[in-house]
Design a protein around this ligand. Structure first.
Ligand SMILES: *Cc1c(COP(=O)(O)O)cnc(C)c1O
Length: 390
């Protein structure tokens, strides 16, 4: 097949003049830090997720940290974390006094395994971190039931899952605290940015304070004529707030989210159709009627035993065809720092290991054309044909 000239990245944001106009509007208004637009974006996220509270932050990492901080964990407390996730999920726990307990995931969904959670729960367990991998919802009914039974808080890392629905409910309105990312590779972007949603007023209050220095009142509320200069620091806080430049971009992006999700689904269907009859490839799970999977990633899996080349070599071949890819995720215990600090062994996570040697995340972003998607599919099937064993 003919190799195309232009490289297809694995992900890319879709930003236009409309976002720029909102940024320019903030610049002209003179208010570019946390202010009225952040508030408006929070209201829009509340409206979209149907959560009672939304708190704009500068990242999902900061959101996860604030979520853990809100629980005020003590030495000896335990937090269950899936081993198949990005560093930020685990780091949030490591910043606290609590001990993270890494657990394996489910092979089909790549989400935290309910069975593994059940085995890991002890009297010291205070929270469970749930990641909705690639936008596919974790088994929230079972997880929430377990959490209720053991009085455990459920924190959702929904970095991939803005727009995902589960049993008729929007993610963001299911567990106790949900954290989103607006990094450029997520479902919508604000450059960098994040959001927390919760239905718990006390948790919302503490996270709102902690996102900006622990202040009792935010600057934009003090800066009006009616506002007062006086505030108090009532808790240890951080500089984790969203700003109005980010929020302006987010307000415009959120309006496009439903179209983005539909476009991602269309591309995913092109891939599913091309790969479903290739026995050396495993396509990602699709949601049932009770779900809407807001596909953030397309996680294709190869069957290594059936191929003459391994996953890494296949990625290199794809690159020669000008097709980008990535591997989400390198299991946490493979990273030197976590290995040294937590001391887990790959033997403890058979499913993560299997996924890690077989996953290839292939290009999936709304701005891709149909031709791009067909080219990616053709490239992969051509490579597989050339390296299959039988
Ligand atoms: C991207 C990602 C994050 C981090 O998001 P930031 O907004 O960049 O901090 C956290 N968790 C998961 C699962 C992610 O994929």
């Amino acid at each position: 097949m003919k190799i195309r000239k232009k490289f297809i990245p694995v992900a890319a944001p879709w930003l236009t003049r409309a976002e720029l106009n909102e940024v320019w509007d903030s610049m002209q208004s003179g208010w570019v830090t946390l202010g009225p637009k952040t508030h408006r974006f929070e209201e829009a996220i509340k409206d979209y997720t149907k959560a009672k509270f939304a708190i704009g932050t500068n990242s999902c990492a900061a959101s996860l940290h604030l979520a853990i901080e809100a629980l005020d964990l003590a030495e000896g407390d335990e937090v269950i974390v899936p081993a198949f996730t990005f560093a930020a999920t685990l780091n949030a726990v490591l910043y606290s006094k609590a001990t993270p307990i890494l657990v394996d995931v489910d092979e089909a969904t790549m989400n935290i395994s309910v069975e593994a959670i059940t085995k890991a729960i002890t009297r010291k367990t205070k929270a469970i971190m749930v990641v909705h991998y690639a936008g596919y919802p974790a088994d929230m009914d079972e997880i929430v039931a377990l959490a209720k039974k053991h009085k455990i808080v459920v924190i959702e890392d929904a970095a991939h899952a803005l727009g995902t629905k589960y049993h008729g409910k929007m993610v963001g309105n299911i567990g106790d605290i949900t954290c989103y990312s607006f990094h450029p590779i997520k479902n919508i972007t604000t450059g960098d940015g994040g959001m927390i949603t919760t239905n718990d007023e006390a948790l919302a209050e503490i996270m709102t304070r902690k996102r900006l220095a622990g202040m009792s009142k935010e600057a934009w509320k003090r800066a009006t004529k009616a506002g007062s200069w006086y505030y108090e620091i009532t808790t240890l806080g951080y500089k984790y707030n969203m700003n109005d430049i980010q929020a302006g971009i987010g307000i415009v992006q959120l309006k496009k989210l439903e179209d983005f999700i539909a476009r991602r689904e269309t591309i995913a269907q092109v891939y599913n159709k091309a790969f479903s009859n290739v026995k050396e490839l495993v396509i990602p799970v699709s949601g049932d009627k009770t779900m809407r999977v807001a596909r953030n990633l397309y996680a294709l899996r190869v069957v290594p035993e059936m191929l003459h080349k391994n996953r890494d070599e296949i990625i290199e071949l794809m690159r020669e065809y000008n097709v980008g890819s990535n591997v989400y995720f390198i299991p946490l215990y493979h990273h030197p720092y976590y290995h040294k600090r937590l001391g887990y062994s790959p033997k403890d996570f058979p499913v993560c290991e299997k996924l890690y040697e077989s996953v290839i995340n292939i290009p999936l972003f709304p701005k891709m054309s149909d031709q791009d998607a067909t080219y990616v599919a053709k490239t992969i099937t051509t490579i597989v044909q050339s390296i299959r064993k039988h």
